[in-house]
Design a protein around this ligand. Structure first.
Ligand SMILES: C[S@@+](CC[C@H](N)C(=O)[O-])C[C@H]1O[C@@H](n2cnc3c(N)ncnc32)[C@H](O)[C@@H]1O
Length: 368
């Protein structure tokens, strides 16, 4: 890099500060490496290599390929990327690789938080880059079916953020709710995807009845098959387009309505919320989890997942809504706008909570 670079911005020629330029260059080169690492982590997760390496202990590429049932040449190249990224340790003398326990805790299916599962979002979004680029030029959006594995990855994601906290942290946000669920109430989950949260509740509260609605036929048929496999009979799933839920929602039928990460990417979020209000019994409660942003670019600069969330929003959440002729709110719509939407939909009481396990989302308890 030259010590002094002249750049022209907004018609003005300036000298770039060489120190700041060098620091930025280092950061960008680092980002290239880290972005590549995400692709390799996604492959390591999907192929089972990360789990196999953690289970096998120090092992060479042949042993790891055998343990994972994969082609050695590919496994060896993957190990190269993992080693130079300092994710995997290599004993050069024996040619054996190991995944340190601290890394295994964050990158395998046995740990509490599997960040390798989250890495799958990068290739998932990369696969629709051409579609999104076309939208930048021509407008419109990218329909859900273009995101091949979206519902599978989303279910793994909420399997980590929602499921482990559901009984002990999320449901107790509503005082007395667990007792009501035990006694038996009607529950509706909107935009349920593959329905894992409902399945967990249906198993825990056999006297309550659970309904899941979602636009995706693939996600709903997966959920129906999985509910059968788990022998859950207090649970039903339905393919349903909720664009007109404000007029099609049943009246006062449900005691609890939930949405997990399922407002901001709807075509007509306010219409859906009005439908939820209408579907609630007079003493019912609506519990919503949605992305916790400030609603302002400047306010999100220190958000720990800001770049990821704006990227997911641009390449998925906003785009799938626009593809349905919707508003395209985007994932970073923010707490204040969420609260305004709940009130406009007819909720008189709106509480906002944050939970320590989930820095990405806010939780809202809304009552008529
Ligand atoms: C971000 S995902 C969340 C899925 C699930 N709640 C979870 O946490 O795993 C949003 C869901 O909203 C659904 N959805 C989007 N537009 C919809 C519409 N118009 N009608 C019904 N569901 C819709 C999608 O299919 C998707 O499953």
């Amino acid at each position: 890099m030259n010590a002094m670079t002249e750049v022209t911005t907004a018609g003005e020629t300036r000298q770039a500060d060489p120190v700041r330029q060098m620091e930025f260059e280092e950061r960008m080169v680092g980002a290239l490496n880290e972005a590549a690492l995400m692709l390799m982590l996604s492959l390591g997760h999907r192929s089972g290599l990360l789990d196999a390496l953690a289970a096998a202990g120090p092992v060479d590429s042949v042993g790891l390929a055998e343990a994972a049932g994969l082609q050695e040449r590919y496994v060896r190249e993957w190990l190269g990327a993992m080693t130079v990224a300092h994710v995997v340790e290599l004993d050069a003398g024996s040619g054996r690789y190991r995944l340190p326990a601290e890394h295994a805790a964050l990158l395998t299916r046995t740990g509490d938080a599997n960040l390798a599962a989250m890495a799958q979002y990068i290739p998932l979004l990369g696969a629709v880059e051409d579609d999104v680029l076309a939208c930048f030029r021509d407008g419109g959006g990218v329909p859900y079916h273009r995101y091949g594995r979206f519902h599978e990855v989303m279910a793994e994601d909420s399997g980590q953020t929602v499921l482990p906290a559901l009984t002990d942290h999320i449901l107790p946000l509503v005082p007395g709710l667990t007792d009501r669920l035990r006694a038996g109430i009607e529950v509706l989950d909107i935009g349920c995807g593959r329905g894992l949260a409902l399945m967990q509740m249906a198993a825990a509260f056999p006297d309550s009845a659970f309904t899941g609605l979602d636009l995706s036929a693939d996600a709903i048929s997966w959920a129906q098959a999985e509910a059968l496999r788990r022998d859950l009979h207090n649970l039903r799933f339905e393919i349903r387009d909720l664009r007109d839920f404000d007029v099609t929602a049943p009246e006062a039928e449900f005691d609890l309505v939930t949405t997990f990460d399922a407002i901001h990417d709807q075509a007509r979020p306010l219409a859906m919320l009005r439908g939820i209000r209408r579907a609630l019994a007079p003493d019912g409660v609506y519990l919503a989890q949605d992305v916790n942003g400030s609603g302002h670019h400047h306010g999100d600069r220190d958000h720990p997942l800001g770049t990821l969330l704006y990227t997911v929003s641009c390449m998925h959440c906003m785009s799938v809504s626009l593809a349905q002729g919707g508003e395209g709110l985007g994932a970073m719509w923010g707490r204040e706008m969420a609260q305004r939407h709940f009130r406009e939909a007819g909720f008189g009481q709106v509480e906002t909570h944050e939970l320590p396990h989930d820095s990405q989302n806010a939780y809202y308890v809304c009552r008529p």
